[in-house]
Write a protein that binds this ligand. Structure first.
Ligand SMILES: O=C(O)CCC(=O)C(=O)O
Ligand SMILES: [Fe+2]
Length: 450
């Protein structure tokens, strides 16, 4: 290319005679053009991004607001008297709300970890107990020193006292023998019964221990007779009194279920509504063939403790957890046997594992009765959702023959209906009954005291 071969702009500029402007290279022009186009598109792109960003932020805010609104709605639906207003998820996505009295009723299951594992548990202030895993199938634990010596004695004496009361009411002729066996002074009896230790025996304190048989309770007249028999009613005014006031901690007093509640980590209501402690005494030669503490639940015989609510009480049959207390150390035999614990290998056609008289020695696990020790086990598996599942066939157990001395045990069966809704209805009925009953008790007390 020569010097004459100018660019068209250069030529034009020369021809027009206009002042020659410094020529900008084409690329610069182009760049200028490009820059203006670019800035517009750049602006558009930026604006688009900006809008998308704003829309995203708004959508996010809506989402946060919407989901917290849903939580509030479900919370208010669960709350007592919650109207369930506001946004609600479709019912299919949520289990039906629990009734108020079972809101906290998810059944905690204690982990066994492995056989021999020891975990520390805090059951009473200032004391730590050790809980040892004895088997995983059934989930079975042993807690030495759960009851003090005094508590063991009190439970045994109270059981004897109740035997005496029953004999006074039912079998007059057995009375003297039992009274001798009881070997308690009227004052000691008084102290055992005087739950609040106020030096007076209120009717409800007697009634706490006066369920004679299923559905049969002592009447005020019976109690007057018993008072007279025990010479506790010194003024003969139907109101018992005590001259000495000795403090006896009553394990069976209302609220004494605390320790069991702490041990099992179950909702307190479930423990409180379970049947009362059952004390059993075995003489030499006594035994108890292997059995389950709970039977299958059929709709028509459904959970007998549900029937209690309909005024036909006990026997209870659905023990979710059994807590067994050894009230004395047995001189010979009397172990609690778990024939198939952790291992179901026996040919059960050859060995009758239910027969504790013959086959206790073949049991996979035997617990030696030691005064104050408690063992507890789950008779049911979990349903995986915090409620009672299938019955645990490994929970089979029995009492081996007492070869020397006597054996005293107390059972605390924690009754929970495997049918969650039925348990809920039962608890509702009981709380209604209790509200009505407290009025009745007050009336009875007034009548009795004067
Ligand atoms: O006596 C024992 O060791 C077991 C008692 C028992 O299983 C029961 O009373 O249900
Ligand atoms: Fe049992």
């Amino acid at each position: 290319m020569t010097d004459d071969q100018e660019t068209p702009e250069a030529e034009g500029a020369t021809a027009s005679g206009r002042a020659t402007l410094p020529l900008r290279p084409p690329c610069e022009r182009l760049s200028c053009h490009k820059s203006s186009v670019c800035s517009r598109s750049y602006f558009v792109v930026v604006m688009v991004f900006f809008h998308v960003y704003i829309i995203n932020v708004i959508a996010l805010l809506f989402y946060v607001h919407y989901s917290s609104g849903q939580e509030d709605a479900s919370r208010s639906r669960d709350a007592p008297g919650g109207g369930g207003g506001g946004h609600q998820r479709p019912e299919t996505r949520r289990a039906p709300p629990k009734p108020e009295f079972l809101r906290d009723a998810s059944l905690t299951r204690i982990e066994g970890i492995r056989v021999g594992h020891v975990q520390k548990v805090s059951l009473v202030p200032g004391k730590v107990h050790e809980m040892r895993t004895l088997s995983l199938k059934p989930l079975l634990f042993e807690i030495p020193g759960f009851l003090s010596e005094d508590e063991c004695r009190v439970v045994m004496q109270l059981a004897q006292l109740k035997g005496l009361m029953e004999s006074q009411l039912m079998v007059q002729e057995g009375q003297e023998e039992l009274a001798k066996e009881l070997n308690l002074s009227p004052e000691e009896i008084f102290n055992l019964l005087d739950i609040n230790q106020d030096g007076q025996l209120q009717l409800h304190e007697i009634l706490t221990h006066s369920r004679v048989r299923d559905g049969i309770w002592l009447t005020p007249e019976n109690l007057k007779e018993i008072y007279a028999g025990l010479k506790a009613d010194k003024d003969n005014n139907g109101k018992a009194n005590s001259s000495t006031k000795k403090h006896v901690s009553l394990f069976l007093s209302p609220g004494s279920h605390d320790r069991v509640t702490r041990l099992t980590r179950l909702p307190p209501t479930l423990v409180d509504l379970s049947e009362p402690l059952q004390v059993v005494r075995y003489e030499e030669g006594g035994h108890y063939h292997a059995h389950h503490d709970s039977g299958p639940v059929y709709p028509e015989t459904a959970c007998t403790h549900t029937r209690l609510a309909a005024n036909t009480s006990t026997p209870f049959e659905t023990s979710y957890i059994t807590v067994l207390f050894y009230l004395n150390s047995v001189d010979g035999g009397g172990e609690t046997a778990f024939p198939v614990a952790d291992n179901r290998t026996y040919d059960e056609n050859e060995v009758d594992l239910l027969d504790t008289r013959r086959n206790c020695d073949k049991s996979n696990l035997r617990v030696k009765p030691t005064k104050g020790t408690a063992v507890f086990w789950y008779n049911y598996l979990s349903d995986g959702r915090g409620w009672v599942g299938e019955q645990d066939e490994y929970a089979l157990h029995g009492g081996c023959v007492v070869t020397r001395g006597t054996k005293w045990v107390a059972n605390k069966w924690i009754n929970i209906d495997p049918d969650y809704q039925r348990q809920a209805r039962y608890q509702q009925l009981v709380s209604q009954q209790e509200r009505g009953h407290s009025g009745f008790m007050q009336q009875e007390r007034d009548d009795f005291v004067e």
